[in-house]
Write a protein that binds this ligand. Structure first.
Ligand code: S3P
Length: 431
């Protein structure tokens, strides 16, 4: 589908963005292992999270799902059954990697695959450590690409030092550790989004998080994990599209209600503040294991900044749209230490640089990021999402301030994480 977008005279709105993608995945994957039933509201009905539901159903998990409400009938830590066909994770790296960990210790064979983008993404980051813990799994390219084949076996505990800050890798190992025969200790780059740790603790799992290590004791009692009913907060990664839209537009005021404000996810807010954006956070509260609040951004000028180091894992998914903010800012923005961008749904260094260049932005790729010379005027163009949801939405935001019309090819990619994106896009322009 091609979507034509154009310059907005003003932007107004106060609304809730859909539920957090990472938490939605975990809410169904973890509750499937619980002894009992859980009710989830605010669930993201995006294609990625629907892939997690479909895979679990293939392993005998009963799941009722309407709109943003889900009920999971947990089968217990040892209650999954061998799927009769390959498990299709679609576009979802979270589904594939978390399931690989979860299935490593289940007593049956499973095969995980996905779409062309997912099959091209690196998997040795999970297959190597899982093999070290005793898992029996393989894949194309000596275990580096899906399809992955997992012959469930006994997982051993032990120490593993994480070489990359990846929540998917960390979570895969912790899920494997749940069925392990000894405690698991993770050290190294353990700081990345921590929804898994928060949720497993809330489900009664003996897991301790310190500055430099995470230790998990496999549950010895069959009632663990407890089911965890929860309301999923709004996804800060989705809200960032509107925060940037408001920050780069001279006549804008947008409030996103009930957004997750977990510090491991709020790097984009810190960067926008450093760029001089006018941001107010109100109504801060805790919902279950996660902090949430309302975020209002008003239009104004931005200045360039540096995005690197420890900030990167806190905003990795937001870099495409932060690049749009940087293109509209005064001065230069440097993104560094972000080589992980090249291993996402697309090589996001390459796709951001090619598509924003087509709209008149002045930016250059570097091995671990990009350099953006702000201040130029953006103009409409025909651009490609490359089937990447976050590229489609970042380009739509750029189109709000570009001169003339922008045509976005493969715009339906937004359904992966934000099925109502185009409705909200129309609303903020019309309000
Ligand atoms: C995710 C972790 C991040 C992020 C992805 C979702 C998760 O990847 O980019 O969209 O739900 O755990 P990493 O595994 O690289 O941290």
């Amino acid at each position: 589908m091609k979507q034509t977008v154009s310059h907005a005279k003003r932007l107004r709105g106060a609304f809730s963005v859909p539920g957090d993608k990472s938490i939605s995945h975990r809410s169904v994957l973890f509750n499937a292992l619980a002894e009992g039933n859980a009710e989830i509201t605010g669930f993201l009905p995006g294609a990625d999270c629907l892939s997690s539901i479909a895979c679990l159903r293939q392993m005998g998990v009963e799941i009722e799902h309407t709109d943003d409400k889900v009920r999971v009938f947990g089968r217990g830590l040892r209650g999954l059954r061998e799927p009769s066909d390959v498990l299709d994770c679609g576009n979802s790296g979270t589904t594939l990697r978390l399931l690989a960990g979860l299935l490593a210790g289940q007593p049956f064979l499973s095969v995980l695959t996905g779409d062309a983008s997912l099959r091209s993404r690196p998997q040795r980051r999970i297959t190597d450590p899982l093999r070290q813990l005793g898992a029996n799994l393989d894949g194309r390219d000596n275990g580096n690409r899906a399809p992955l084949v997992i012959r469930g076996t006994t997982i051993h505990g032990g120490n593993y030092e994480l070489p990359i800050a990846s929540a998917q890798v960390k979570s895969a190992l912790l899920l494997a550790g749940l069925t392990g025969d000894a405690p698991m200790r993770l050290t190294g780059k353990i700081v990345s989004r921590d929804h898994t740790e928060r949720m497993l603790i809330a489900m009664g799992i003996d897991l301790t998080v310190k500055d430099d290590e995470i230790v998990l004791y496999p549950p010895s009692h069959p009632v663990f994990p407890y089911p965890l009913s929860l309301h999923v907060p709004g996804d800060p990664s989705s809200a960032t599209f509107w925060w940037v839209a408001a920050a780069i537009h001279p006549d804008a005021e947008i409030t996103t209600l009930g957004v997750g404000l977990n510090p491991s996810r709020t790097g984009a807010l810190d960067v926008l503040k450093a760029m001089g954006a006018n941001i107010t956070i109100s109504n801060e509260r805790n919902e279950g294991a996660e902090p949430v609040g309302d975020v209002t951004v008003r239009g104004g000028g931005l200045r360039g900044t540096r995005i690197d180091g420890d900030l990167i894992p806190r905003l990795i998914d937001e870099i495409p749209v932060l690049a749009v903010a940087a293109a509209c800012a005064v001065g230069e923005t440097v993104v560094a230490d972000a080589e992980e961008l090249r291993a996402k749904e697309t090589d996001r260094v390459a796709t951001v640089v090619s598509e924003l260049s087509a709209m008149g932005a002045s930016l250059e790729a570097t091995p671990d990021g990009m350099v953006i010379a702000g201040g130029g005027e953006l103009h409409g163009a025909t651009v490609q999402s490359h089937g990447d949801h976050r590229i489609a939405m970042a380009l739509a935001v750029a189109g709000l301030v570009a001169e003339g019309e922008t045509i976005i090819d493969e715009a339906e990619a937004v359904t992966v994480s934000y099925p109502t994106f185009w409705q909200h896009y129309a609303q903020i322009k019309e309000a």
